[in-house]
Design a protein around this ligand. Structure first.
Ligand SMILES: C[S@@+](CC[C@H](N)C(=O)[O-])C[C@H]1O[C@@H](n2cnc3c(N)ncnc32)[C@H](O)[C@@H]1O
Length: 266
């Protein structure tokens, strides 16, 4: 039987659950936290939902500054890793729930703050998942989305996605720059801020973190090396650092509020 997208997500993140909590390999996930938190600005009375939370790296960073945090994810292995970290770190106000971003197991307007990071590029239908996040958000709530973004040139974006998919078969498509802002505005939210960050990452650690099999990893390296040598532009700006291959990602962070939705209804 053909694999479904859900099968690919489960396989990829069951395999990666351990590396998400390996501090030699999860630097991109932890070093980006201060930038994210400075835009999220959690409040002591916030009831937070972290969607596609994985092992809860973001949830655990938010928990000390919020009233309660719920981390929802579809992959049991990621949740198990996250639960053991929550116990080890002593977060009493953080719980994990298994569920799909497209069909969140929560009532309307349960949360004052909804956050999702590095998730949209794994979703088959990102606007559908965003509509669900807006459904569970309080009317004056805040929604913060952080993800990889692709070039606005569709040819380059397709090549970026091809390399990402070789690395991790559960990758669907990076949103183009600005798409999240447009989707959230279509949901009736007011977009307060869009920020961008340029990141350089070592290819070796990136492939180790995803546990990419050797055949696919060799294809990734070959595409990037050809780009360095003046061949096809992968859009990932590969370059050598002390003899090692590095590449470039663009992270985009969008902060939105529910105020416009309220005003639209009055
Ligand atoms: C790259 S990880 C990001 C984890 C976390 N947000 C972070 O930044 O550390 C992507 C996560 O999305 C989850 N995921 C993918 N598709 C999902 C869906 N449709 N519903 C819920 N979780 C999903 C995967 O199980 C995985 O844990």
């Amino acid at each position: 039987m053909a694999k479904t997208h859900g099968d690919r997500i489960r396989e990829a993140f069951t395999r990666q659950a351990g590396t998400f909590e390996d501090e030699r390999l999860n630097v991109a996930f932890t070093s980006g936290l201060p930038w994210l938190l400075s835009h999220v600005e959690p409040r002591p009375d916030d009831v937070v939902l972290d969607v596609a939370a994985g092992t809860g790296i973001v949830s655990r960073a938010l928990a000390p500054d919020a009233a309660r945090v719920v981390a929802v994810d579809s992959t049991e292995a990621m949740i198990e890793q996250g639960r053991s970290r929550v116990v080890a770190e002593g977060h009493l106000n953080l719980g994990f729930v298994r569920g799909a971003a497209e069909d969140l197991p929560f009532s309307n307007q349960e949360f004052s703050l909804v956050v999702t990071r590095f998730s949209l590029h794994h979703f088959a239908d990102p606007p559908r998942a965003l509509r669900e996040m807006v459904r569970v958000l309080r009317r004056a709530g805040r929604l913060v989305v952080m993800d990889l973004v692709a070039s606005t040139d569709p040819t380059i974006a397709a090549r970026q996605d091809h390399v990402e998919r070789l690395r991790d078969a559960s990758h669907v498509r990076m949103p183009p720059r600005g798409a999240v802002r447009d989707w959230l505005q279509e949901c009736g939210l007011e977009v307060a801020q869009v920020a961008e960050r340029q990141i350089d990452r070592p290819v070796k650690g990136w492939l180790q973190q995803s546990k990419t099999d050797e055949h696919a990893a060799a294809q990734v390296r070959a595409a990037l090396e050809a780009d360095v040598a003046g061949g096809e532009n992968t859009g990932l700006r590969p370059h050598a650092v002390d003899g090692e291959l590095w590449f470039h990602q663009t992270w985009e962070l969008t902060v939105a509020r529910g105020r416009a939705r309220d005003e639209a209804r009055t």
